[in-house]
Design a protein around this ligand. Structure first.
Ligand SMILES: C[S@@+](CC[C@H](N)C(=O)[O-])C[C@H]1O[C@@H](n2cnc3c(N)ncnc32)[C@H](O)[C@@H]1O
Length: 705
């Protein structure tokens, strides 16, 4: 028998729910449960001596976050989600939009789901307990199971994190909740959020949209907390948790730490940290559950654990953006092919015996993602040094590598991972525990922005740290000679104004892009086909040719990119091909195909539908005549393509490459060697008027069949 007070609470709960449900005309029946359930749980917790429970209602703009944040005795302890009476409490059975919601909710450390009739407690997506609420027969209701469930809810500890992939999976939903909350703050014109955005734009980097701001902040918080937590030294006051302030202080021990400085505009506005406190607290609990040693030693069956971190993170944080921006890691066979053949060119064509590890070889990845190319370069240099100089070799080249490996990345998330991974790899090569933060040449910067506008001076504190880092990146863009540019730049159709300095130029320089677009205009390429030039990968090719071959012309230099292959033979790309032929001595085109649309589908090395090619531009001396072009096509399944890439050791004409000339911007793909095929008229001759047809830019609201 339980106390009369509990019986009274149970009766009053049943009455309130029944009245609310009877009056309900709302489209969302669970909304009727909001007040009765939250009042009942709070009153019950107090009555049975479990503490003072507050359930803070969450705004429901996004439809993803749970309905309440639960706070027990002023300490946030978890979340509560309400469903309509009769709705299943088994999250795994939810369908449609609710399934997506469950994907995120199941990552929360402690969650109660209730339909008014029952309540279920989930810890990291696993149901721990389920109990009845006193809806049907309040007088006969047994309060013990609810007492037990709430006790476990209040004292829940997240399942320990032992692997890098778990860290990505578990921190991403919380970062997403921060992003959604900031979006909501902007929508409601909340002054703390507006102020933070102004401070962010003025000091960290100018965001192009409010959603970019929310996303940048959410990622900086998540990555700073994770990296500081992983150092094992961030719990400064030894209370078992790492706060955002402690994370900042820990990171700031590395002089010039950009992540720590980027936390300035967030921590500097107390109303902002208060606003995002529920999510921040959840991240604090998550970080406290990290088994740091286990994470450092963790393995991943897919390969090096950190390689996957950003892709795993994005899959949960923003799956749509991941699909649209094509953030997929670059397969190792592709990366290693590029690194291997460039290393061979450096050693055998440029007489740099230590390849990438040579003192005068400077390597830049201008779109570094999470740093896969720079790491492969370090590994290759260590291997070459070992072969040349024996066991001491890799330590000997480590200083050169630390100075000479440069990487640019636009997004804070992958930037943070790249910085961490490259720093770890350089430290390993040097035989040290770590490399000073500011000695690692990975920069959070927009590669395509002007190299001619010096960063602000006369600043102090975090703003100064950020301005100094951005000035260092600018100086590299303006002044640093580069021997090798290597990587996998982004491919994305964009508008004409998104190429930054490359498309707009500045007071000092005409737009570099003129060399790409003007020849297309002059040769009468139809206007609508010119639109295909507005693609990030085209901007990156143009920028790299400027940076490596034109800005500070070195006799010997190399650019090796994997990008979409439309530039190899598209009529609009005549200018880019001509520029490549004029500035390089050799052009090696390894066409990997991979058309995913139309009748002749072929597997791609990425999960995308646009065919791709690895193009290596080699400049062996001051270019006196246009480059020779060497072309080779690789076909087959994805795995067969990887196998063929793995088997190519160096770029040798005799190894199946066709030679052709494209002095005036002709195609880089040889005409067919089949005589019958070549004798056929071109489709373009039969249909001389061509238009690409309807182009629709708002995919969400218009579908063309
Ligand atoms: C295809 S990913 C590179 C992946 C990387 N190679 C890897 O395997 O991790 C392209 C990268 O370029 C970055 N990016 C896009 N625009 C950029 C810009 N303007 N400046 C610098 N980086 C940029 C993207 O954020 C993305 O991380």
């Amino acid at each position: 028998m339980h106390s009369p007070e509990i019986t009274e609470l149970a009766r009053s709960y049943a009455e309130r729910v029944q009245t609310a449900t009877a009056l309900s005309i709302a489209a969302e029946p669970e909304a009727q449960l909001t007040v009765p359930v939250s009042n009942f749980l709070s009153d019950f917790a107090k009555e049975v001596g479990l503490g003072e429970l507050q359930l803070l209602r969450e705004a429901q703009l996004d439809g993803v976050r749970p309905d309440f944040v639960a706070v027990i005795d002023h300490r946030q302890c978890g979340w509560v989600e309400l469903k309509a009476p009769g709705h299943t409490l088994i999250g795994e059975n939810w369908r449609g939009r609710e399934k997506q919601q469950w994907d995120l909710l199941s990552e929360l450390d402690a969650l109660i789901v209730s339909n008014g009739e029952q309540a279920a407690l989930y810890i990291n997506g696993a149901m721990l307990e389920i109990c009845d609420l006193p809806l049907k027969s309040p007088d006969f209701w047994d309060p013990e199971p609810l007492h037990d469930l709430l006790q476990k809810f209040f004292s829940a500890k997240p399942t320990p994190i032992r692997r890098v992939s778990q860290l990505a999976d578990r921190i991403a939903p919380l970062a997403r909740f921060i992003r959604l909350r900031l979006d909501e703050g902007i929508e409601h014109n909340l002054s703390a959020v507006r102020q933070a955005q102004e401070a962010w734009d003025a000091t960290v980097h100018e965001t192009t949209s409010t959603t970019q701001f929310s996303s940048d902040v959410a990622q900086v918080i998540a990555y700073s907390m994770a990296i500081a937590g992983l150092s094992g030294e961030a719990d400064i006051n030894k209370d078992g948790t790492v706060t955002l302030e402690e994370a900042k202080d820990t990171l700031a021990r590395g002089r010039g730490n950009v992540l720590a400085a980027a936390l300035g505009p967030i921590l500097g506005i107390p109303e902002l940290t208060e606003y995002i406190a529920p999510e921040l607290d959840a991240i604090v609990r998550l970080i406290a559950s990290m088994d740091v040693d286990a994470i450092h030693n963790s393995k991943d069956s897919r390969g090096e654990p950190w390689l996957w971190f950003y892709e795993d993170f994005l899959a949960k944080y923003d799956p749509e953006a991941r699909k649209q921006s094509g953030v997929y890691y670059t397969p190792m066979s592709v990366v290693q092919f590029q690194v291997r053949v460039v290393d061979d060119l450096l050693r055998n064509k440029f007489n740099q015996r230590l390849g990438f590890g040579s003192r005068s070889v400077v390597t830049l990845d201008p779109a570094a993602g999470s740093g896969t190319y720079p790491i492969a370069v370090i590994d290759k240099a260590a291997e070459t040094a070992f072969a040349e100089r024996g066991p001491a070799g890799s330590k000997q080249v480590a200083d050169n590598l630390t100075k000479n490996i440069l990487a640019f990345e636009l997004l804070p998330g992958p930037y943070a991972v790249a910085h961490l991974r490259i720093g770890q790899r350089l430290a390993e090569a040097k035989g040290q525990l770590q490399v000073q933060f500011e000695d690692i040449n990975v920069y959070l910067t927009d590669t395509l922005e002007s190299p001619n506008t010096p960063s602000k001076s006369g600043l102090f504190g975090d703003a100064r740290v950020l301005a100094e880092a951005s000035e260092k990146a600018r100086q590299i863009k303006a002044e640093q000679p580069i021997t090798v540019a290597i990587g996998n730049p982004p491919y994305d159709r964009v508008t004409s104004d998104t190429g930054g300095w490359v498309t707009s130029g500045d007071q000092k320089t005409d737009p570099l892009f003129n060399d790409v677009i003007k020849p297309a205009q002059e040769t009468g390429v139809i206007f609508s086909a010119q639109a295909s030039l507005y693609n990030l990968y085209v901007y990156f090719w143009r920028w790299a040719i400027w940076k490596v071959f034109e800005n500070d012309p070195q006799d010997k230099a190399i650019i090796s990119f994997i990008t979409a292959s439309s530039w190899l033979d598209g009529p609009a790309f005549v200018g880019l091909r001509k520029l490549a032929a004029e500035t390089a001595s050799e052009i090696w085109v390894l066409d990997l195909g991979g058309e995913g649309r139309g009748a002749r589908k072929e597997e791609n090395v990425f999960d995308i539908q646009s065919p791709v090619a690895i193009v290596t531009l080699v400049r062996t001396g001051k270019a006196a005549k246009p480059a020779s072009v060497y072309y080779r096509r690789i076909r087959g399944t994805r795995q067969e393509k990887f196998d063929q890439l793995d088997s190519i050791q160096r770029l040798e004409v005799s190894d199946g490459w066709a030679t052709l000339r494209a002095d005036n911007g002709e195609s880089f793909i040889p005409a067919s060697t089949n005589d019958l095929w070549s004798s056929m008229p071109l489709l373009a001759d039969l249909f001389p008027w061509q238009q690409p047809g309807i182009k629709y830019n708002r995919r969400a609201c218009c579908t063309v069949r």
